[in-house]
Write a protein that binds this ligand. Structure first.
Ligand code: SAM
Ligand code: SF4
Ligand code: SF4
Length: 344
């Protein structure tokens, strides 16, 4: 750590900023029911145009300042990040930013087979592939009717061949749709290097018309999985890790559970998020962001941008998941930004 990082800010709850989720595009080739359902996000949706999106040079300029304030990890997300042209060149430049020691990407996997090797060569460290079902019908029901799980599995295989050591599969479980896919997905990846993580369906955004009844709480899921395999909890890798880790008692590998609804984890949350048009959000459930694109384009200096980032983080007081059921969530938080706009 250099001197600037030693002076890195903490927020109102004494949390440092370590992780930056970088949304590179808001568009997607899927219409997942829990994220951007087709009946809400149709052909007339006002997507960001190219001039509105940050260029890679603008992103790198910001990441340099984020890094000076403590950020060490970058996660590329979207929308679907692989729809952004020449993503590998962004990864190459991110790798040159002092202080950035880990670059990951979350993708729906459909285009991964085409890009895995190039991304690995560019220096992408880790990849997380979202996969909600192995049955073709359920897969398409979950994602609005696109493509096939075999394409996603090819993407995972290509990532392995390209040399990615840390591959995760994210599965959002909806009680009405894919609970029956949990065991097949685990069977598919058991004994491989791939870690499956089950994510509780979250009340993020507005267009998914979230209902609590669709959430399968982690405790119930663990019970359900225990009917098939003996699994045991293991310690977290580091403070702030979002998933609870379990492993198969027989050595078949690891399973993760992300329990944003049933066991909120705001206390160690060190994540910041940048939308594709350059707005900074300090919580997944935020309603407003800070416009950094204007600063990038109005002649502001790096020092001035750094000062804004520092102020925003120092003022941060977010703990939505912790307070959502306590009656403390403000009315206006009912109009939250969408997941596909700021990424997961
Ligand atoms: N398109 C990429 C993908 O799907 O992997 C990256 C962006 S997506 C918004 C990031 C992650 O958020 C995915 O793993 C997705 O399953 C998850 N996600 C989206 N909406 C969610 C919700 N309402 N609850 C829980 N997870 C959600
Ligand atoms: Fe697209 Fe990912 Fe949202 Fe699904 S979860 S609609 S793949 S951005
Ligand atoms: Fe972090 Fe906000 Fe999620 Fe809490 S609700 S863990 S503060 S992103």
């Amino acid at each position: 750590m250099d001197q600037e990082q030693l002076d890195a800010p903490t927020d109102q709850l004494n949390r440092p900023m370590r992780d930056l989720r970088l949304s590179v595009i808001d568009r997607c080739n899927f219409r997942c029911t829990y994220c951007m359902p087709a009946d809400e996000v149709g052909p007339d949706f006002p997507w960001l145009g190219k001039p509105e999106r940050l260029s890679f040079d603008e992103m790198i300029r910001l990441v340099r300042q984020f890094s000076k304030l403590g950020v060490e990890k970058i996660r590329l997300t979207g929308g679907e990040p692989l729809l952004r042209k020449d993503l590998a060149s962004l990864v190459r430049e991110l790798n040159k930013v002092p202080g950035i020691r880990d670059i990951a990407m979350t993708t729906n996997g459909v285009l991964l087979a085409r890009h895995a090797e190039e991304l690995r060569r560019a220096g992408l460290d880790r990849v997380t592939v979202s996969l909600d079902a192995l049955s073709e019908n359920v897969f398409r029901e979950m994602n609005g009717g696109f493509d096939s799980p075999s394409q996603v599995l090819e993407g995972v295989a290509a990532a392995k061949r390209a040399g990615f050591q840390h591959i995760k599969v994210n599965t959002v479980v909806r009680r009405d749709m894919n609970l029956g896919e949990v065991v097949p997905i685990l069977e598919e990846f058991r004994g491989s290097r791939v870690v499956v993580r089950f994510i509780e369906y979250m009340d993020v955004g507005n267009v998914n018309h979230w209902e609590r009844g669709q959430v399968v709480p982690t405790a119930e899921l663990i019970q359900f999985i225990s009917n098939h395999w003996n699994i045991e909890p293991v310690a977290k890798h580091y403070l702030g890790e979002v998933a609870d880790r379990y492993h198969y008692a027989d050595g078949g590998g690891e399973i993760g559970f992300v329990s944003s609804i049933s066991q909120p984890f705001c206390r160690p949350c060190n994540r910041s998020r940048l939308s594709a048009d350059g707005k900074l959000y300090t919580c997944l459930f935020a309603t407003e962001g800070t416009d950094l694109r204007s600063l990038l384009r109005d002649g502001s200096t790096d020092e001035e941008i750094n000062g804004v980032l520092r102020d925003v983080w120092s003022d941060r007081n977010d703990q939505y998941s912790q307070t959502r059921w306590g009656g403390d969530v403000k009315k206006e938080q009912k109009h939250k930004i969408e997941m596909f706009y700021i990424g997961g």
